[in-house]
Design a protein around this ligand. Structure first.
Ligand code: SAH
Length: 388
């Protein structure tokens, strides 16, 4: 019996998220001759990740027959955009969907000298940090490499940010700081970031990619060796008794172990500092004694400190520290040699700021709208207390 050159398949398989070897094997599996597989991979890679091609028909320098064979069996489809919101400060948030109940958010934060995309690694989260809205959503599942990369592709489609080789790119940085704990989805995050940082494709330097973790200590060294991105640690407290409560993973991996793993992080140096995130919770972790202890704890680690004003969400059990307290806290940190450490809240009006991301299944989405209205009231009270 003679097999057709391409095996018919019930559903088209996505090529997004496959590394070069897997892509070559997939093409060969679908009938591409072994000897031309590498060349085909190079050509497809360039179209997909340099030019942002969304369909094979656009790949004008490839043989028509090859393009139609590809289109018959494969897809370059992005996640479905459920909503796109634009904040009054220019921050954009997309709610994306790749299946029933599989919804996740991505946030673009434009600044004068860069544009940062905040990418999700899981739908929901298992960590239950007390101050985090995502933590109130149970883990639905890990995102796969296609879905992680899809966030960057959707953002760049929407921003008109192709090709990757153009000057003045809009997405210059990627932070794994969206929904989920990236080190609990290590393999998929690693596979996706390898493509994000591939010089022949999306071409973001590893220095412009940061992975943030609540402190999955056994995975930190591995992340440094195998992913090699910048590292951010959600520290948020300087004593175990408090961190046990607000970042419960601390019960498993306490502060000392966490900081030891940071000291050993491969690639950390004064030019590649580890970022320590510290959310400012009124009356909880914002005393000046806490600030001094923070500085003491981090001594000897090449560190940056990022103070994050707490972003409110409906029924959150905390309030943001008063601005004057944040300033005093920051001054102690500044005097210890860490420059301008306060992270300006971005996109609060569209629930896009740190810790506000959360997706719901379709039938629950109305409740999110209600929650957002409730939030507007909470926030206007909060914003009124902040300097403009
Ligand atoms: N799970 C990873 C990735 C999330 S990053 C991690 O914990 O690092 C998102 C950052 O925003 C984390 O530092 C998180 O602790 C912080 N965050 C969560 N909720 C917040 C809130 N309501 N206000 C300010 N920051 C918050």
């Amino acid at each position: 019996m003679r097999w057709p050159r391409f095996m018919p398949s019930a559903t088209c398989k996505s090529l997004i998220g496959l590394g070069p070897d897997a892509l070559a094997a997939t093409l060969v599996g679908a009938g591409t001759p072994e000897k031309s597989a590498r060349m085909r991979v190079r050509q497809l890679w360039n179209w997909i990740y340099v030019h942002g091609a969304r369909d094979f028909a656009a790949m004008s320098n490839l043989a028509k027959e090859f393009r139609s064979d590809m289109a018959e069996h494969f897809t370059l489809a992005r996640p479905e955009v459920v909503t796109e919101q634009i904040s009054s400060d220019g921050t954009r948030k997309w709610l994306l969907r790749t299946g029933p109940g599989i919804e996740f958010e991505t946030v673009y934060i434009p600044e004068a000298d860069r544009g940062t995309l905040c990418v999700s690694s899981q739908v929901g989260c298992t960590l239950n940090c007390r101050f985090c809205h995502t933590g109130t959503q149970k883990l639905v599942r890990n995102l796969n490499p296609e879905e992680i990369l899809g966030q960057l592709l959707v953002a760049r489609d929407s921003l008109g940010d192709w090709p990757s080789t153009a000057p003045g790119r809009k997405v210059t940085n990627v932070v794994m700081m969206g929904m989920g704990e990236p080190l609990y989805n290590f393999d998929n995050v690693k596979a996706a970031l390898a493509i994000v940082t591939d010089g022949d494709g999306l071409a973001l330097s590893k220095r412009r990619v940061t992975l943030s973790t609540a402190g999955v200590v056994p995975m930190i060294e591995k992340a440094g060796t195998e992913i090699g991105s910048g590292l951010a640690i959600s520290l948020h407290a300087v004593r175990d008794e408090l961190r046990d409560v607000i970042v419960p993973i601390n019960k498993k991996y306490p502060i000392k172990e966490l900081l030891d793993s940071c000291r050993a992080y491969p690639g950390a140096s004064n030019s590649r500092r580890i970022t320590f995130e510290y959310v400012m919770l009124k009356g909880v972790n914002d005393s000046l004694a806490d600030a001094r202890e923070l500085v003491r704890l981090l001594a000897g680690i090449p560190a940056k400190i990022n103070l994050i004003p707490f972003n409110a969400w409906p029924d959150a059990p905390y309030e943001c520290s008063d601005w004057s307290q944040i300033e005093k806290f920051a001054e102690i940190v500044n005097r210890a040699g860490y420059a301008s450490p306060v992270r300006t809240p971005r996109g609060r009006d569209i629930m896009a700021a740190c810790g506000q991301l959360k997706s719901e299944s379709i039938k629950e989405r109305a409740s999110v709208r209600l929650a957002a209205e409730k939030l507007a009231a909470v926030q206007s009270a909060q914003l009124a207390r902040m300097p403009h």
